[in-house]
Design a protein around this ligand. Structure first.
Ligand code: HEC
Length: 148
């Protein structure tokens, strides 16, 4: 009898923790733009496709007919952007580990809690604030192209 109680209680604790986690994931947003000038979707598209800066296509695929090699480790970008607002997209690109601590996606706007960073990259983020805004504008434009 005792054992069964313990099992029920631990199941309740697990279920409860699960739902708290899910709520905070959904709710987290970054409302403040990271640059003074608004994001530019065309520049954002170039950053997403770039093999030097964004590298998004290493893992994601998207509407880039000119790019032969695209990733299959992550959802298609149109699907990733679907139903996410600019503040939600910004938060996910700045620091995806807030939503999934085990994610393989890099935190594009974070310079703390990093280890063994080469001296010339210390204190820098992967993308600048303006570049993040450009990428967000591009992802929002994907959403507008495919209204769900
Ligand atoms: C190393 C692989 C990798 C790279 C590079 C990467 N992502 Fe992701 N991304 C993922 C994975 C995997 C997920 C799914 C959620 C998770 O596992 O954390 C994801 C999730 C997302 C999400 C959240 C919505 C969703 O589908 O869960 C967005 C938006 C996103 N990525 C955009 C981008 C953009 C824009 C870039 C480039 C600036 C990028 N990603 C680069 C792997 C990557």
């Amino acid at each position: 009898m005792r054992k069964r109680h313990a099992l029920v209680i631990s199941l309740l604790v697990i279920l409860n923790l699960g739902s708290v986690g899910a709520q905070s994931m959904k709710g987290h947003t970054e409302a403040e733009p990271l640059s003074n000038s608004p994001g530019d979707p065309a520049r954002g598209r170039a950053i997403v496709a770039s093999r030097q800066s964004g590298l998004c296509l290493l893992c994601h695929s998207g509407p880039f007919p000119e790019e032969r090699f695209q990733g299959n480790l992550a959802p298609e970008l149109g699907m990733s952007a679907a139903n996410l607002s600019a503040p939600e997209l910004r938060a996910r690109i700045m620091d995806p580990s807030r939503f999934n601590p085990n994610t393989i996606m890099p935190s594009y706007y974070r310079d703390d809690h990093l280890y063994r960073v080469a001296a010339k990259f210390k204190g820098q983020t992967i993308l600048s604030g303006q570049e993040i805004e450009d990428v967000v504008a591009y992802l929002v434009s994907l959403n507008n192209q495919n209204p769900k």
